[in-house]
Design a protein around this ligand. Structure first.
Ligand code: GLY
Length: 405
């Protein structure tokens, strides 16, 4: 089977890596870490299956355009991808279909949004309605900071058009987990749970990022939790899609807070989590290409199975991330990192300079995944690999999976 992975980040790198176990893979545009990266438009590649990685092309309707040409695609159409394209729509979808989530209000008017902050008690959770590469969520205990964030978002200063409509929602206490499910239009089949680290700093401090690390499995997520997630979130979402005429084939990512009142939806996304994919997919024993092809064709037959081994990823980011960053800094040590047993390096924001050097080309630069018999060994290996990597201004968290290993 020939598969085209659309996208060029670490999620697409791990997709190419795991799909490559059983399929021939081409990636567009791919990245310097993916062997068969091409610059052709997806439409110009001849394959048996497309796997669309990032949310932006899904929201923009790439899956619809490819399907209209008779191609087989894993990834929802624009109707389903609207779930991630508009946080307000996602919250309304959850309410329509009985999916437990935090209370919320939607604002476009500054004075109403500021009044809502002034009249409530924190912590405040303020989200851009539109896509913001995982950085549009601001959580704070400070009323002044909340008001400033509301102003910057609604004025279009911090996230452009994506922030001109915002969602302010109730803060959910409790650990967060990510459950990614493979959907075939009627069923959503969950993969192993993962936990990611959204804040930039150790101890969950500083601003939100696209994700600074992750691990899987999650020791405190047992079968009882997964069964509840399946029943209250995944099945209800699939029933909701069906009742709204949406044929959802792709990943449904449920970000959940495990509160004292039970799991609550933090967000749905419409693609594999990044960096969650880099710790979930390497643990998959089942043939990923076959599974995604079945889902794309409307009928999952294989049940995903996972190895007992654990995986931990640590992300190396550029100086200044999640704010503006410098690019073009030479990256050293990837080969040495991959010489550590169980370690694979996934490229996120890298490029090859005109001199042929591998250089930084984004906020999140790469991820080092360590696999081992348990989280402790996986974590040790990931950090041992990371110790070999360097570029000017490199930053990474030291506490990924620290309390679990
Ligand atoms: N790691 C968070 C996300 O993929 O949205």
């Amino acid at each position: 089977m020939r598969v085209c992975v659309v996208g060029g980040g670490a999620r697409e790198h791990v997709l190419a890596h795991v799909l490559g176990r059983t399929a021939e893979v081409v990636a567009t545009p791919g990245n310097p870490g993916i062997a068969n990266s091409v610059s052709s438009a997806p439409e110009d590649v001849d394959v048996d299956l497309y796997v669309i990685g990032p949310e932006a092309p899904l929201v923009a309707g790439l899956a619809d355009r490819l399907r209209a040409q008779g191609r087989v695609v894993f990834g929802p159409g624009a109707d389903g991808a609207h779930l991630e394209g508009s946080k307000a729509w996602m919250k309304e979808f959850a309410s329509r279909h009985g999916i437990p989530t935090a209370a919320h209000r939607v604002f476009t008017e500054l004075d109403l949004a500021v009044a809502a902050v002034q009249d409530s008690t924190g912590p405040w959770v303020i989200k851009t309605d539109g896509l913001a590469a995982g950085k549009g969520v601001f959580v704070t205990d400070s009323r002044d900071e909340a008001v400033s964030d509301v102003r910057a978002k609604l004025a279009g200063e911090s996230f452009g058009e994506a922030g001109r409509r915002i969602v302010i929602e109730q803060y959910l206490d409790g650990p967060e987990i990510s459950v990614l499910a493979i959907c075939d239009g009627s069923r959503a089949v969950p993969l192993a749970a993962a936990q990611d680290y959204k804040r930039i700093g150790d101890g969950d401090t500083g601003p939100n990022t696209g994700g600074m690390g992750a691990y899987s499995p999650v020791p405190f997520v047992g079968k009882d939790v997964l069964d509840e997630v399946e029943e209250k979130f995944l099945r209800r979402a699939m029933a909701g899609f069906a009742s709204e005429g949406i044929d959802y084939r792709g990943v449904l990512y449920a970000g959940l807070a495990l509160t004292s009142d039970g799991p609550r939806l933090v967000e749905f996304n419409v693609r594999f989590g990044d960096p969650e994919a880099e710790v979930v997919l390497p643990r998959l024993e089942t043939d990923l290409a076959g599974l995604l092809l079945q889902a794309a064709n409307g009928r999952i037959e294989d049940e995903p199975r996972f190895v007992e081994d654990a995986a931990v990823i640590v992300i190396a980011a550029s100086e200044g991330y999640p704010g503006p960053t410098e690019t073009g800094r030479e990256i050293r040590g990837i080969e040495r990192a991959e010489s550590v047993e169980g370690v694979t390096v996934f490229h996120a924001g890298t490029a090859v300079s005109p001199d042929g050097e591998l250089v930084t080309d984004g906020g999140r630069v790469l991820g080092v995944t360590g696999m081992g018999t348990d989280l402790k060994q996986a974590r040790e290996r990931a950090y041992e690999g990371m110790a070999h990597i360097s570029f000017e201004g490199m930053q990474y968290r030291r506490d990924i999976a620290g309390t679990q290993a």
